[in-house]
Ligand binder design. Structure first.
Ligand code: ASP
Length: 331
Protein backbone atom coordinates (compact mmCIF):
# COMPACT_ATOMS: atom_id res chain seq x y z
CA UNK A 1 0.00 0.00 0.00
CA UNK A 2 2.68 2.68 0.75
CA UNK A 3 3.77 4.83 -2.19
CA UNK A 4 6.38 7.56 -2.31
CA UNK A 5 7.39 9.83 -5.20
CA UNK A 6 10.02 12.56 -5.39
CA UNK A 7 10.87 14.91 -8.25
CA UNK A 8 14.15 14.78 -10.18
CA UNK A 9 17.28 12.74 -9.82
CA UNK A 10 18.21 14.59 -6.65
CA UNK A 11 14.95 13.19 -5.26
CA UNK A 12 16.28 9.64 -5.38
CA UNK A 13 17.81 9.53 -1.90
CA UNK A 14 15.04 11.68 -0.37
CA UNK A 15 12.50 9.24 -1.81
CA UNK A 16 14.33 6.31 -0.29
CA UNK A 17 14.21 8.05 3.08
CA UNK A 18 10.52 8.82 2.68
CA UNK A 19 9.67 5.26 1.60
CA UNK A 20 11.71 3.64 4.38
CA UNK A 21 9.85 5.83 6.87
CA UNK A 22 6.54 4.64 5.38
CA UNK A 23 7.64 1.01 5.60
CA UNK A 24 8.57 1.59 9.24
CA UNK A 25 5.02 2.78 9.87
CA UNK A 26 5.50 6.56 9.82
CA UNK A 27 2.60 8.77 8.79
CA UNK A 28 2.87 10.19 5.26
CA UNK A 29 3.38 13.69 6.66
CA UNK A 30 6.51 12.64 8.58
CA UNK A 31 7.80 10.70 5.58
CA UNK A 32 7.56 13.60 3.12
CA UNK A 33 9.10 16.00 5.63
CA UNK A 34 12.02 13.62 6.24
CA UNK A 35 12.66 13.26 2.50
CA UNK A 36 12.48 17.00 1.90
CA UNK A 37 14.81 17.72 4.82
CA UNK A 38 17.44 15.39 3.41
CA UNK A 39 17.48 17.39 0.18
CA UNK A 40 17.54 20.74 2.01
CA UNK A 41 20.73 19.67 3.81
CA UNK A 42 22.35 18.18 0.69
CA UNK A 43 24.69 20.88 -0.62
CA UNK A 44 25.28 19.02 -3.89
CA UNK A 45 21.70 19.89 -4.84
CA UNK A 46 21.95 23.50 -6.01
CA UNK A 47 18.25 24.25 -6.16
CA UNK A 48 16.98 23.35 -2.70
CA UNK A 49 17.94 24.49 0.81
CA UNK A 50 21.58 25.05 1.76
CA UNK A 51 23.80 25.03 -1.32
CA UNK A 52 21.08 26.53 -3.55
CA UNK A 53 21.83 29.30 -6.06
CA UNK A 54 21.14 32.88 -4.95
CA UNK A 55 18.96 35.62 -6.43
CA UNK A 56 20.17 38.54 -8.58
CA UNK A 57 21.53 40.34 -5.51
CA UNK A 58 23.53 37.32 -4.34
CA UNK A 59 21.09 36.44 -1.53
CA UNK A 60 19.67 32.94 -1.20
CA UNK A 61 15.97 32.85 -0.36
CA UNK A 62 13.95 29.69 0.24
CA UNK A 63 10.28 28.75 -0.25
CA UNK A 64 8.45 25.66 1.04
CA UNK A 65 5.01 24.18 1.66
CA UNK A 66 3.55 21.08 3.26
CA UNK A 67 0.05 19.61 3.34
CA UNK A 68 -1.63 16.65 5.04
CA UNK A 69 -4.61 14.42 4.20
CA UNK A 70 -7.02 16.55 6.24
CA UNK A 71 -6.39 19.66 4.19
CA UNK A 72 -4.10 21.24 6.80
CA UNK A 73 -1.33 23.22 5.18
CA UNK A 74 1.54 25.51 6.01
CA UNK A 75 4.05 27.43 3.95
CA UNK A 76 6.90 29.89 4.14
CA UNK A 77 8.34 32.17 1.48
CA UNK A 78 11.40 34.36 1.05
CA UNK A 79 13.23 32.87 4.02
CA UNK A 80 16.93 33.55 4.54
CA UNK A 81 19.32 31.94 7.04
CA UNK A 82 17.20 28.85 7.87
CA UNK A 83 17.98 25.53 6.26
CA UNK A 84 14.90 23.43 7.05
CA UNK A 85 12.15 25.61 5.66
CA UNK A 86 9.93 22.55 5.21
CA UNK A 87 9.88 22.06 8.99
CA UNK A 88 9.16 25.76 9.54
CA UNK A 89 6.25 25.40 7.10
CA UNK A 90 5.00 22.41 9.09
CA UNK A 91 5.27 24.41 12.31
CA UNK A 92 3.23 27.23 10.71
CA UNK A 93 0.59 24.61 9.89
CA UNK A 94 0.58 23.05 13.34
CA UNK A 95 1.09 26.01 15.63
CA UNK A 96 -0.48 29.06 14.03
CA UNK A 97 -3.93 29.94 12.73
CA UNK A 98 -2.28 30.94 9.45
CA UNK A 99 -1.24 29.12 6.30
CA UNK A 100 1.67 31.23 5.09
CA UNK A 101 4.40 33.36 6.64
CA UNK A 102 6.91 35.31 4.57
CA UNK A 103 10.26 37.04 4.89
CA UNK A 104 11.29 38.56 8.20
CA UNK A 105 8.02 37.46 9.82
CA UNK A 106 8.70 33.84 8.91
CA UNK A 107 12.27 34.17 10.19
CA UNK A 108 11.13 35.70 13.50
CA UNK A 109 8.68 32.82 13.87
CA UNK A 110 11.45 30.30 13.13
CA UNK A 111 13.66 31.93 15.74
CA UNK A 112 10.91 31.84 18.36
CA UNK A 113 10.35 28.18 17.55
CA UNK A 114 14.03 27.43 18.14
CA UNK A 115 15.13 26.64 14.58
CA UNK A 116 18.90 27.17 14.25
CA UNK A 117 20.24 29.81 11.88
CA UNK A 118 22.55 28.53 9.14
CA UNK A 119 24.77 30.13 6.50
CA UNK A 120 23.03 28.89 3.36
CA UNK A 121 25.30 30.17 0.62
CA UNK A 122 28.16 27.79 -0.21
CA UNK A 123 31.44 28.78 -1.85
CA UNK A 124 30.35 26.93 -4.98
CA UNK A 125 27.07 28.86 -5.17
CA UNK A 126 29.04 32.11 -4.70
CA UNK A 127 31.31 31.12 -7.60
CA UNK A 128 28.31 30.50 -9.87
CA UNK A 129 26.90 33.86 -8.87
CA UNK A 130 30.19 35.61 -9.77
CA UNK A 131 30.10 33.82 -13.11
CA UNK A 132 26.54 34.97 -13.70
CA UNK A 133 27.49 38.56 -12.88
CA UNK A 134 30.00 38.43 -15.73
CA UNK A 135 27.32 37.50 -18.27
CA UNK A 136 26.05 40.37 -20.42
CA UNK A 137 22.29 41.05 -20.38
CA UNK A 138 21.95 39.08 -17.18
CA UNK A 139 18.19 39.01 -16.76
CA UNK A 140 17.88 37.10 -20.03
CA UNK A 141 20.28 34.44 -18.89
CA UNK A 142 18.97 30.99 -18.06
CA UNK A 143 20.66 27.79 -17.01
CA UNK A 144 20.22 24.98 -19.47
CA UNK A 145 21.16 21.35 -19.09
CA UNK A 146 24.24 20.93 -21.26
CA UNK A 147 24.59 17.20 -21.20
CA UNK A 148 21.97 14.82 -19.97
CA UNK A 149 22.93 12.71 -17.01
CA UNK A 150 26.18 14.48 -16.31
CA UNK A 151 24.69 17.36 -14.37
CA UNK A 152 26.42 19.94 -16.48
CA UNK A 153 24.83 23.29 -17.17
CA UNK A 154 25.58 26.27 -19.37
CA UNK A 155 24.35 29.82 -19.34
CA UNK A 156 22.15 30.55 -22.33
CA UNK A 157 20.59 33.73 -23.64
CA UNK A 158 16.97 33.32 -24.65
CA UNK A 159 15.62 35.91 -27.08
CA UNK A 160 11.96 36.91 -27.31
CA UNK A 161 11.27 34.20 -29.89
CA UNK A 162 12.70 31.59 -27.57
CA UNK A 163 15.89 31.15 -29.55
CA UNK A 164 18.69 30.01 -27.29
CA UNK A 165 22.31 31.01 -27.72
CA UNK A 166 25.04 29.75 -25.48
CA UNK A 167 26.60 32.56 -23.54
CA UNK A 168 30.35 32.97 -23.89
CA UNK A 169 32.90 34.42 -21.59
CA UNK A 170 35.10 37.21 -22.95
CA UNK A 171 37.81 34.73 -23.95
CA UNK A 172 35.26 32.78 -25.99
CA UNK A 173 35.08 29.77 -23.67
CA UNK A 174 31.56 28.55 -23.00
CA UNK A 175 30.68 29.11 -19.36
CA UNK A 176 30.20 25.58 -18.17
CA UNK A 177 28.62 25.10 -14.80
CA UNK A 178 29.59 21.67 -13.62
CA UNK A 179 27.40 19.54 -11.39
CA UNK A 180 24.65 22.06 -10.96
CA UNK A 181 20.98 21.34 -10.79
CA UNK A 182 18.12 23.74 -10.81
CA UNK A 183 14.88 22.22 -9.67
CA UNK A 184 12.60 22.02 -6.70
CA UNK A 185 12.02 18.87 -4.76
CA UNK A 186 8.44 17.76 -4.37
CA UNK A 187 7.73 14.64 -2.31
CA UNK A 188 4.33 12.92 -2.29
CA UNK A 189 3.45 9.92 -0.14
CA UNK A 190 0.66 7.57 0.83
CA UNK A 191 1.14 5.72 4.12
CA UNK A 192 -0.11 2.31 5.19
CA UNK A 193 -3.25 3.90 6.67
CA UNK A 194 -4.00 5.27 3.18
CA UNK A 195 -3.30 8.86 4.18
CA UNK A 196 -1.77 11.22 1.63
CA UNK A 197 0.68 14.07 2.24
CA UNK A 198 2.96 16.30 0.19
CA UNK A 199 5.98 18.55 0.67
CA UNK A 200 7.63 21.00 -1.68
CA UNK A 201 10.84 22.94 -0.98
CA UNK A 202 13.12 25.06 -3.18
CA UNK A 203 15.57 27.91 -3.54
CA UNK A 204 13.51 28.83 -6.61
CA UNK A 205 14.70 30.16 -9.90
CA UNK A 206 18.45 30.82 -9.93
CA UNK A 207 19.35 34.54 -10.12
CA UNK A 208 15.70 35.57 -9.79
CA UNK A 209 14.81 39.17 -8.96
CA UNK A 210 15.18 39.88 -5.25
CA UNK A 211 11.77 39.33 -3.69
CA UNK A 212 10.54 36.84 -6.29
CA UNK A 213 8.50 33.98 -4.83
CA UNK A 214 7.66 30.96 -6.97
CA UNK A 215 4.88 28.38 -7.00
CA UNK A 216 6.38 26.04 -4.41
CA UNK A 217 4.97 27.75 -1.29
CA UNK A 218 1.66 28.62 -2.97
CA UNK A 219 -0.97 26.09 -1.95
CA UNK A 220 -2.75 24.97 -5.13
CA UNK A 221 0.07 26.03 -7.46
CA UNK A 222 3.14 24.04 -6.35
CA UNK A 223 1.33 21.61 -4.04
CA UNK A 224 -2.18 20.44 -3.30
CA UNK A 225 -3.52 17.52 -1.27
CA UNK A 226 -7.09 16.39 -0.76
CA UNK A 227 -6.91 13.23 1.35
CA UNK A 228 -10.05 11.76 -0.20
CA UNK A 229 -9.01 12.49 -3.78
CA UNK A 230 -5.33 12.93 -4.63
CA UNK A 231 -2.03 14.69 -3.90
CA UNK A 232 -0.22 16.64 -6.62
CA UNK A 233 3.03 18.56 -6.83
CA UNK A 234 4.65 20.71 -9.52
CA UNK A 235 8.20 21.63 -10.47
CA UNK A 236 9.65 23.80 -13.20
CA UNK A 237 8.79 27.32 -14.24
CA UNK A 238 6.90 28.58 -11.20
CA UNK A 239 5.30 31.50 -13.03
CA UNK A 240 3.45 29.02 -15.26
CA UNK A 241 2.17 26.92 -12.37
CA UNK A 242 1.08 29.99 -10.41
CA UNK A 243 -0.89 31.29 -13.38
CA UNK A 244 -2.50 27.90 -13.95
CA UNK A 245 -2.96 26.75 -10.29
CA UNK A 246 -1.56 23.48 -11.59
CA UNK A 247 -1.55 21.24 -8.49
CA UNK A 248 -5.13 22.21 -7.62
CA UNK A 249 -6.21 21.78 -11.24
CA UNK A 250 -4.87 18.22 -11.33
CA UNK A 251 -6.55 17.22 -8.04
CA UNK A 252 -9.86 18.72 -9.17
CA UNK A 253 -9.79 16.74 -12.40
CA UNK A 254 -9.08 13.52 -10.49
CA UNK A 255 -12.04 14.42 -8.26
CA UNK A 256 -14.18 14.54 -11.39
CA UNK A 257 -13.09 11.04 -12.34
CA UNK A 258 -10.30 11.79 -14.80
CA UNK A 259 -7.52 9.16 -14.68
CA UNK A 260 -4.30 10.46 -13.03
CA UNK A 261 -2.13 10.41 -16.19
CA UNK A 262 -4.87 12.02 -18.25
CA UNK A 263 -5.40 14.70 -15.56
CA UNK A 264 -1.72 15.64 -15.80
CA UNK A 265 -1.87 15.77 -19.59
CA UNK A 266 -4.91 18.02 -19.51
CA UNK A 267 -3.25 20.35 -16.98
CA UNK A 268 -0.19 20.60 -19.23
CA UNK A 269 -2.38 21.11 -22.29
CA UNK A 270 -4.04 24.04 -20.55
CA UNK A 271 -0.62 25.54 -19.80
CA UNK A 272 0.41 25.10 -23.46
CA UNK A 273 -2.82 26.68 -24.70
CA UNK A 274 -2.89 29.65 -22.37
CA UNK A 275 0.77 30.67 -22.18
CA UNK A 276 3.57 31.64 -24.47
CA UNK A 277 6.12 28.88 -23.96
CA UNK A 278 9.74 29.49 -24.86
CA UNK A 279 11.91 26.35 -25.24
CA UNK A 280 13.52 26.88 -21.86
CA UNK A 281 10.19 26.46 -20.03
CA UNK A 282 9.67 23.17 -18.29
CA UNK A 283 6.92 21.94 -16.03
CA UNK A 284 6.87 18.55 -14.32
CA UNK A 285 3.77 17.31 -12.52
CA UNK A 286 3.21 14.24 -10.32
CA UNK A 287 0.06 12.90 -8.69
CA UNK A 288 -0.95 10.06 -6.36
CA UNK A 289 -4.65 9.22 -6.35
CA UNK A 290 -6.29 8.17 -3.06
CA UNK A 291 -6.16 4.50 -4.15
CA UNK A 292 -2.37 4.68 -4.64
CA UNK A 293 -2.37 4.93 -8.46
CA UNK A 294 0.24 7.49 -9.45
CA UNK A 295 1.39 9.28 -12.59
CA UNK A 296 3.94 11.85 -13.76
CA UNK A 297 4.12 13.98 -16.91
CA UNK A 298 6.07 16.99 -18.15
CA UNK A 299 5.91 19.67 -20.82
CA UNK A 300 9.16 18.42 -22.34
CA UNK A 301 11.40 15.38 -22.05
CA UNK A 302 14.00 15.62 -19.32
CA UNK A 303 11.82 15.35 -16.23
CA UNK A 304 12.78 12.55 -13.88
CA UNK A 305 11.29 11.26 -10.68
CA UNK A 306 11.99 8.61 -8.08
CA UNK A 307 9.15 6.25 -7.20
CA UNK A 308 8.89 3.48 -4.61
CA UNK A 309 5.89 1.30 -3.89
CA UNK A 310 4.86 -2.24 -3.07
CA UNK A 311 4.08 -2.69 -6.78
CA UNK A 312 7.75 -1.94 -7.44
CA UNK A 313 8.62 -4.68 -4.89
CA UNK A 314 9.52 -1.97 -2.37
CA UNK A 315 12.33 -0.79 -4.65
CA UNK A 316 13.15 2.85 -5.23
CA UNK A 317 13.35 3.40 -9.00
CA UNK A 318 14.37 6.43 -11.04
CA UNK A 319 11.94 7.08 -13.91
CA UNK A 320 12.45 9.16 -17.05
CA UNK A 321 9.28 10.91 -18.15
CA UNK A 322 9.23 10.83 -21.93
CA UNK A 323 6.73 12.27 -24.37
CA UNK A 324 4.74 9.06 -24.54
CA UNK A 325 4.70 8.46 -20.80
CA UNK A 326 7.28 6.97 -18.49
CA UNK A 327 10.29 4.82 -19.13
CA UNK A 328 11.87 3.14 -16.18
CA UNK A 329 15.52 3.39 -15.29
CA UNK A 330 16.67 1.49 -12.25
CA UNK A 331 19.51 2.91 -10.24
N1 ASP B 1 9.09 25.79 -9.35
C1 ASP B 1 10.28 26.39 -8.80
C2 ASP B 1 10.14 27.89 -8.82
O1 ASP B 1 9.68 28.42 -9.83
C3 ASP B 1 11.54 26.03 -9.49
C4 ASP B 1 11.68 24.64 -10.02
O2 ASP B 1 10.91 23.74 -9.70
O3 ASP B 1 12.61 24.43 -10.81
O4 ASP B 1 10.53 28.51 -7.88
Amino acid sequence: MPVSLATWKHGFQPNRISYEALLAGSPALDAVEAGAKYCEADITCMSVGRGGLPDATGILTLDASIMDHEGNCGSVAFVQRYEHVISIARRVMEKTPHVMLAGTGAEAFAEREGFPQTELLTEKAKAYYSEWLKQPDRLQVRLRRASEGEHEYVFVHVDENGKETEAHEQNGRISRLAEASHDTIGVLAMDSAGHLAGACTTSGLAFKLHGRVGDSPIIGAGLYVDGKVAAAVATGDGELMMRACSAFHVVEMVRQGVEPGEALERALKRIRQDHHLTPDKQCGLMVIRADGVWAARSLRPGFQLAAASSQLQDKNVLHDVTKRGITVTTI
